[in-house]
Design a protein. Structure first.
Length: 315
């Protein structure tokens, strides 16, 4: 198992280098002179253009700039904002826990809701319960998270005033208020993931229960709960684990819109403002952090694969 983890860690090095190169190359996609565009376009003053050119080292060759930028990134320096003159690394360090708490809470909601629904549907395929869950999960996948967020705000915040509609409270101040402010974002962001998880687990579990070794276990007199929990569920969890990794990446990126709706001071809102103001260091920094987080989460999913299915370790 340790050798498998080491191989996966070594495989991350070229992948992270490729990601860093693509993120840095975002500057080449800016039309015209990047310094003029980033300084304000037609309204840019010569002083502002010169300042942007100096900050981003735009007079140097591309690969020289990339090497300098990569060296700074390795040391934890993501540059300074072009508009605020604030350290991007410091801003992201303050905002990442907020965004991560939204995404991980939505992921937990997806697992807590999707896994029981998938088991209920997969153990009785074709029954009325299965058809009802399949219909509900199909609707859950189709509902846009931003639309669901607005419906939840109107229902639980405006009409009934049960939950706050905006803002964020750090867990260090009050864990209860932290959870109350994030319940609606968790549900809005996690419903599609719960639906996808339930559908994948339902299909995998229904197929697994038809295997010969499951019939043999049942013929030996094992209780159905033991057959499902100990034998079928473990082998049926491969496909849902794939959904788990992909859904977390979607949730981490999906916070951009929801943080605007719920006024959550996370990386999504920070990234949105940077896009509006063409603040390249922020755009590059947030994109790099999100991509790296996605890679790390997929590494954890690979390790779960190896734990659930020992054949993965030998491949």
């Amino acid at each position: 198992m340790i050798a498998f983890v080491v191989r996966r860690l070594l495989a991350l090095v070229p992948l992270l280098l490729l990601i860093s190169f693509i993120v840095f190359a975002l500057s080449t996609l800016i039309p015209g002179d990047p310094a003029v565009t980033l300084a304000g376009g037609t309204r840019a003053t010569p002083e502002a253009i010169a300042e942007v050119r100096e900050k981003l080292n735009l007079d140097d060759p591309f690969f020289v700039r990339y090497g300098t930028w990569l060296g700074d990134v390795v040391r934890g320096d993501l540059g300074e904002s072009l508009l605020r003159n604030a350290d991007v690394s410091h801003e992201i360090a303050n905002r990442f826990p907020v965004t991560f708490s939204v995404a991980i809470g939505a992921l937990a909601f997806s697992v807590l809701v999707g896994v029981p629904l998938g088991i209920l549907a997969g153990t009785r395929p074709g029954r009325r319960r299965d058809r009802a869950i399949t219909f509900g999960t199909s609707a859950g996948v189709a509902i846009p998270d931003f639309w669901l967020a607005m419906v939840l705000v109107v229902t639980f915040s405006v009409n009934r005033r049960w939950l706050p509609s905006q803002g964020y409270v750090p867990p260090a101040e009050s864990i209860v208020e932290w959870a109350r402010h994030l319940v609606l974002p968790w549900v809005a962001l996690g419903l599609a993931g719960a639906s996808a998880m339930a559908r994948q687990l339902r299909g995998a579990l229904a197929d697994t229960l038809e295997q010969d070794y499951i019939r043999t276990a049942a013929a030996k007199g094992l209780r159905r709960r033991m057959v499902i929990g100990k034998h079928a569920l473990k082998n049926a969890s491969i496909a849902p684990l794939t959904v788990l990794g992909l859904q977390f990446a979607y949730m981490l990126g999906g916070t951009v819109i929801l943080e605007r709706i719920f006024a959550i001071p996370g990386m999504g809102q920070y990234f949105f403002l940077a896009l509006a103001n063409k603040d390249l260091p922020i755009i590059q920094g947030v994109t790099l952090v999100v991509a790296t987080t996605f890679v790390v989460v997929n590494l954890l999913v690979d390790i779960l694969y190896a734990y659930v299915n020992p054949r993965v370790r030998l491949s």
